[in-house]
Design a protein around this ligand. Structure first.
Ligand SMILES: CC(C)(COP(=O)(O)OP(=O)(O)OC[C@H]1O[C@@H](n2cnc3c(N)ncnc32)[C@H](O)[C@@H]1OP(=O)(O)O)[C@@H](O)C(=O)NCCC(=O)NCCS
Length: 146
């Protein structure tokens, strides 16, 4: 298993995982914009050169926002999401990020547990934030300055 920065040529494979993982997936164009953004950090996980997961964040000054993380469904439950998430947190620390925020569907127990493992705590609810199906978003935060 290798974790490396996401490249423009990875976008097609990442888009497949995105579409299989979310009811309202990001477009190819949005993914391309993220990869080329100076304010974003995106990583992919490869196994035998096949992309099996990706995740990323935006960083503005000392604030980070995890935008997305997804593991190919046939590779879930093997610790890949945990390793990938950890890699993003390490990069955030290296870039002197002091607070990281993310949003998660209130019913997404797997993701919420993953975030809790790394010390994220729920700080707010955004009512009816998601569509397909309509659902609240839980806003979770991690303070890195302790
Ligand atoms: C959330 C996701 C990224 C986790 O990736 P993963 O590789 O399956 O997770 P891991 O095997 O590394 O598990 C790490 C931790 O996550 C939690 N977790 C993972 N799958 C879980 C499940 N099915 N139920 C409950 N908790 C789960 C556990 O805390 C787990 O730690 P543990 O094994 O010590 O209990 C993956 O399920 C996924 O891609 N889901 C669809 C996309 C998504 O919802 N992304 C999050 C958007 S906010």
């Amino acid at each position: 298993m290798i974790i490396r920065p996401m490249l423009m040529e990875d976008v097609e494979a990442v888009f497949q995982i995105e579409c299989a993982s979310f009811s309202m997936p990001w477009s190819i164009e949005s993914l391309q914009q993220e990869v080329s953004s100076l304010f974003a950090v995106y990583n992919v996980v490869t196994i035998d050169e096949r992309i099996v997961a990706y995740g990323g964040m935006r960083i503005i000054l000392d604030e980070g926002e995890i935008t997305n993380i997804a593991v190919d469904s046939s590779y879930r439950g093997r610790g890949i999401g945990r390793k990938l998430f950890e890699s993003l947190l390490v990069q955030a620390k290296q870039k002197d990020v002091r607070r990281i925020t993310l949003e998660v569907r209130s019913s997404n127990e797997a993701a919420k547990r993953l975030y809790l493992v790394f010390g994220f705590r729920p700080v707010a609810i955004r009512k009816g934030y998601y569509q397909k199906p309509t659902e609240d978003a839980v806003i979770m935060q991690l303070q890195l300055d302790f």
